[in-house]
Design a protein around this ligand. Sequence first.
Ligand code: TYD
Length: 136
Amino acid sequence: MYNTAIYRLRHIENDKGCLTIAESKNDVPFDIKRVYTITNVPTEEKRGFHAHSRLHQILICLSGSLKIFLDNGNETKTILLDKPYEGLYIGPMIWREMYDFESNTALMVLASDYYNEDEYIRDYDEFLKKANKLYL
Ligand code: TYD
């Protein structure tokens, strides 16, 4: 889907465990300016419900699993994230909803910029209007 991709990150896996590497530009397609984590999400909880107008992100599920519903205004897709070496790239103008968090799931997000509420689109109708302009 446009502006989304699964990156299989470099990783070294052996009987000592799994080490995964994400270097700016070498492994992910942007300079990483911010890292945040999402943990302790109750199983019934849903998060996200927004798009970003400019931000690029890579989501990595360090442990546990979750599902991510993606919508570019034209097509939708659901991804299961459950491997620490898989990075889900989400570019600008992709609506996302995160749900079905297994207990003890740890999600790490690499972001291309600092937190800026102004570039969030939290209203789905507004998202659709802006997204549909991209396809006209
Ligand atoms: P939000 O992005 O809405 O979380 P989610 O999509 O996972 O439901 O962020 C939740 C709150 O945290 C919101 O008040 C903004 C704040 N926040 C920051 O202050 N800095 C950050 O880097 C992030 C990601 C969120």
